[in-house]
Every structure is written in structure tokens, then in C-alpha cells.
Design a protein around this ligand. Structure first.
Ligand code: GLU
Length: 305
């Protein structure tokens, strides 16, 4: 299906009153790939007479900067996008993420992991895997479970000694508690079966940041009443884990629409580090918002309404 026809089809499937969101991390300036994602989210909400929210995923304070956050709002407004209600900045809500982690920990579904990257590599090598053949999940090499096997006393000692730790989900225990046959509804495709086990013991709180993307995004989508999660196809695998967290924490299930990533002239996905032009650079070069929307794969006429 050509891109425009596909979009129109998705508009017709957007749940009535859909609440969508655009959730960038303020680690740099928005580029055309972000513009595509934001226009996708806003249009699906508009098509369904719903609401479009803006959320800043800024829990990693070492990589996020306030000037990028301000630039995001300015660039989106320049592009012609208006969001509903206040912008939620995740960094202001760390106690809420802590409370969600505590609920999982209280059921024995989390364990502290003291491993460094090097420890994990060593363990994987010791299990006889060449690094490039070691089993991988969507977030990287599968964790070999070293710290899952620590005794409660050993955990306490290491925490008391001030060793930094992440919190991992005990995937086997989590799957045993979750209802069987988890699935998600992908617009245009129907119900798809979930395989959260592909993540292994996923990190839900990092050593350096006391939460993680997977936890915060699922928490916020539930809290903010997001009923249609829109994002790039690269994040589709994360949905398998997000559905598991929603089931464990009794959060409502949204629908999903993952959009293809827009590619640069070289056929590679646009990313800041590969020199994709920032929206503000295009603006400074004299491009009009409508022209930039078209460059972002949003030709005139595809907006509903
Ligand atoms: N913050 C994520 C990103 O910038 C997007 C999260 C999401 O839409 O689920 O890639």
C-alpha cells in the first residue's frame, strides 16, 4: 500500500477519542524523523477526535538538557503542532516510578544486579559463547542471570557495602504471574502475539538512573490515559515487554501504531549522529513549515480534518 493510502487506512482505524503522545528525549534537536513521528501521533488523535499529548522522556539527566526541551516545544509549534494540556517531564516524577518498582519488588519480581558490562561479557564468554554469537534480546546481549542466583544475605551485604546495582525483572517469575497468551493490537494488522521472554531479565531501574525507559513509558501511558501508543517501528519489540508490565501492574492496555522510519537519501535511518538536518537548521535555511512537513513524509492532504 502506498504510504498515503496506508496513513488514511490507519486514520480510519484510530480508536474513537484516541489519546496519543509524542515522547522525545531532550538529548538533541528534533530532526525530520521526529517530525514524522510527531505528525503521525497528532494526526491519529485528530482523526479520532481525540487528544495529542507531549511528554519529555528526560530521566537520564546526564544526556538531557533544558535547552533541548525548550527547543522541542518551539520546533513543534513552528511545525504547526499543538498539544493538549501541560507537558509532562518524566524527571519530575521519579517517586512515582519508584512506587511502581516497589509494587513489583514486593511480589518478588525484581532483583538487584551488580554486574558491570564487563562482568556480563565475561560470564557470556565463560558459557562458551563467542561474543557475536551470544544470545541477544532487543536491548542487547541477554543477561546470563548471575545476580539472580545470589543469596539474600549476599545481596544485603553488597548493598550495605555501597555497591551500585540495577533492578532486573525476573522474567521467568513474571511470566509465571502474567496471564497466558498476552497480545497487542497493532492498527492495520490486528492482534499480535507477545513474546516478552525475548528480553530475558530486563533492566527496570538502571544503576545511574533509578528507573528505565520500559518502566517509565508504560507507567506514563497508563497514568496519562494514552489509548493509542504511536512510535517508530524500531520500538515495536519493546511493546512485548510493555504489555507484560501492563498486565503485572494492572494498567490498561492501549492500542499500538508503529510507523516505518523515514530514511535519508542514503537509505539509512535518520539519526542525529548521522547528520540528519535538524528542524531548526531547515527553518534557518528559509524552509517553510509546510515544506518541512512534506520532507518529513507528510505531504499536504494526508492530514484528516
Ligand atoms: N522516548 C522514546 C524515544 O525518543 C520514545 C518512547 C516511545 O514513544 O515509546 O525514542
Amino acid at each position: 500500500m502506498p504510504a498515503t493510502a496506508r496513513l488514511r487506512h490507519l486514520f480510519s482505524e484510530s480508536p474513537p477519542g484516541a489519546v496519543t503522545r509524542f515522547a522525545p528525549s531532550p538529548t538533541g534537536h528534533l530532526h525530520l524523523g521526529h517530525a514524522h513521528s510527531a505528525l503521525f501521533a497528532a494526526s491519529l488523535a485528530e482523526a479520532a477526535g481525540g487528544r495529542f499529548l507531549l511528554r519529555l522522556e528526560d530521566i537520564d539527566r546526564s544526556r538531557c538538557r533544558p535547552e533541548f526541551a525548550a527547543a522541542i516545544e518551539e520546533d513543534l509549534a513552528w511545525l504547526g503542532l499543538a498539544w493538549d494540556g501541560p507537558v509532562r517531564a518524566q524527571s519530575a516524577h521519579m517517586p512515582a516510578y519508584r512506587a511502581a518498582l516497589d509494587r513489583l519488588a514486593g511480589r518478588g519480581l525484581l532483583y538487584p544486579c551488580f554486574c558491570t558490562r564487563a562482568d556480563i561479557q565475561r560470564e557470556v564468554a565463560a558459557a562458551g559463547h563467542a561474543p557475536h554469537l551470544a544470545p541477544r534480546g532487543p536491548d542487547g546481549p541477554l543477561y546470563p542471570g548471575t545476580c539472580r542466583r545470589l543469596s539474600p544475605a549476599e545481596r544485603e551485604d553488597r548493598i550495605a557495602a555501597g555497591q551500585p546495582y540495577a533492578l532486573r525483572l525476573d522474567m521467568a517469575a513474571a511470566l509465571a504471574e502474567a496471564p497466558p497468551g498476552l497480545s497487542f493490537h497493532e492498527l492495520g494488522e490486528g492482534r499480535l502475539r507477545c513474546d516478552p521472554g525475548q528480553f530475558g531479565d530486563a533492566v527496570l531501574a538502571r544503576k545511574d538512573v533509578p528507573a528505565s525507559y520500559h518502566l517509565c513509558v508504560t507507567h506514563d501511558d497508563a497514568l496519562q490515559g494514552v489509548t493509542l501508543v504511536t512510535r517508530g517501528e524500531d520500538l515495536r519489540p519493546a511493546t512485548h515487554l510493555h504489555r507484560l508490565l501492563q498486565a503485572l501492574l494492572e494498567w490498561p492496555e492501549p492500542a499500538y501504531a508503529h510507523h516505518p522510519l523515514i530514511l535519508g537519501p542514503d537509505g539509512k535511518r535518520l539519526a542525529k549522529r548521522e547528520g540528519a538536518p535538524a528542524l531548526r537548521a531547515l527553518r534557518a535555511a528559509g524552509q517553510a513549515p509546510a515544506a518541512v512537513r512534506a520532507m518529513a513524509g507528510w505531504p499536504p492532504g494526508v492530514r484528516p480534518g
